[in-house]
Each structure stands twice: as structure tokens, then as C-alpha cells.
Design a protein around this ligand. Sequence first.
Ligand code: HEC
Length: 225
Amino acid sequence: MIKKLIKKPAMRLLLLLVCCFQIGSSWAEGHPTDLREDDIAHEPANLQNGIQVAMNLCTLCHDLKYVKYHDLLEIGLSAKEVDKIRGANSASDPILSKMNDKQMNALFGMTTPDLSLMAKARGDGAQYIYSLLLAYHERRDGAIVNNLYPDIKMPDVLAYSIENDERARSAIEQNARDIAAFLAWTADPKAKERRTLGVYVMLYLFVLTFMLYRLKQKTWSRLKT
Ligand code: HEC
């Protein structure tokens, strides 16, 4: 009976599809390439932790050339805190990497991309950056690879793949969230303002519509009598 069924072309096709699906899903389990689902908070405290991560780590290799030190006042840092971050740089200087192009080329065979607009350049901006930073894992042969971007030349800068302690891992995850939120802000600093303005515009339009409706009612009631 089963043998007979298998001989039918439609049944063979179905079996083949099931096999492909099985192979496909087991491959995907070993190589999760999807972005991580997570709530990235964009509150001032997150952005302020994000700039700390950027200054301690990311700017070793990356520029943030469209962000000037004095722009950091906008995320709620005090002038004193900004002074501490900028050190000997002037407040109107852009935030640049501690490495120059030559050093980057020698190390990675390329110049590292600027991060200021990275969240805009990649779809799912903050979610992508967060997922990318946490997509490193140690393979059985000891090599550290990134699931999301397997050929990436950036090392596991947050050392997530080699950290086994649960608390340390969740601290790294928080830093990844906050640097992602910070880079979403650098890519679109006016996003929050725009959203607030949008609400006021909607309220204004609502009130205006109501007033015009009342006016129309009044005018027509006078015409009718
Ligand atoms: C040791 C140097 C180094 C450090 C530190 C570093 N990066 Fe990178 N990063 C690189 C290099 C090199 C590339 C280019 C990788 C490539 O295209 O293969 C890169 C690329 C990227 C990309 C672009 C990926 C893409 O889709 O093209 C993002 C986003 C990024 N880094 C974020 C960060 C963040 C956030 C930090 C700080 C937490 C950071 N990097 C710290 C070296 C570094």
C-alpha cells in the first residue's frame, strides 16, 4: 500500500518537499540569522549609557563624524559631563575614531564604516545593530563567527560569545540595546521631536475640524429657516 503511494508522482513530490523543509529548518536552527526580537528603550538613560559604550569601545575603530560633542547635550548630559567625554577635543569637533585610516587598513584590510547614519543605512536600524553585536558565537572548532553577517571583519567587541556568566551576559545585552538606541538617535536626532509635533498637529486638526463642522451647522441652520 505504502509502496504504491510512493510510486505516485504527486506523492514523491510531497515527500521531497517535506525532506527539503526538514533539512532547511534544521539548518536554520543551527544558524539563526533572524534579527533578535527585543524592546530597545530610547530613554535618555539608555542613550547616555550608549554614548559611554561608544566612547569606550566603538570609537576605537569607528568614526561618528556627523555627531559633534556639543550635540550630546541633547540627550540630557550636562555641560560638565560632555566636557569629560570630549577631553582635549573642542565642543564643536566631530567624534572621530582613535585610529586613522592607515591603521584600520593594516588591521582589517579596509576602513571601518562611519556609524553616525548606520541605523538609517540598514533596515530595522537599532534592531539590526543590537542583533549584529550579539550574533557572535563560538563554533566547535573554536572559531568565533557571526550568524547574521558570517564574513564580518569586526571581532566580537562585546565579548558576548565567550561570556558564560548569566549576569555578565545580560549586562552585555543591555549595553548592546543602549548602543543601538544611541545609534538610532545619531541617525535621526529629531525623531522624538517629530513624533511629539505630530501629536500636536493631529490635535490641532481635530479641533479645527470640530470648529468648522460647528460653523457649517450654524450656517446651514440659518439658511434652512
Ligand atoms: C576592533 C575594531 C572595531 C570595534 C571596537 C568596533 N567595530 Fe564595528 N566594525 C569593525 C570593522 C572592521 C567593520 C567592517 C566589517 C565588514 O564590513 O566586514 C565594522 C562594521 C560595523 C558595522 C556595520 C555592519 C554592516 O552591516 O555592514 C556596525 C553596525 C558596527 N561595526 C557597529 C559597531 C559598534 C556598535 C561597536 C561598538 C560596540 C563597534 N562596531 C566596535 C571594527 C570594529
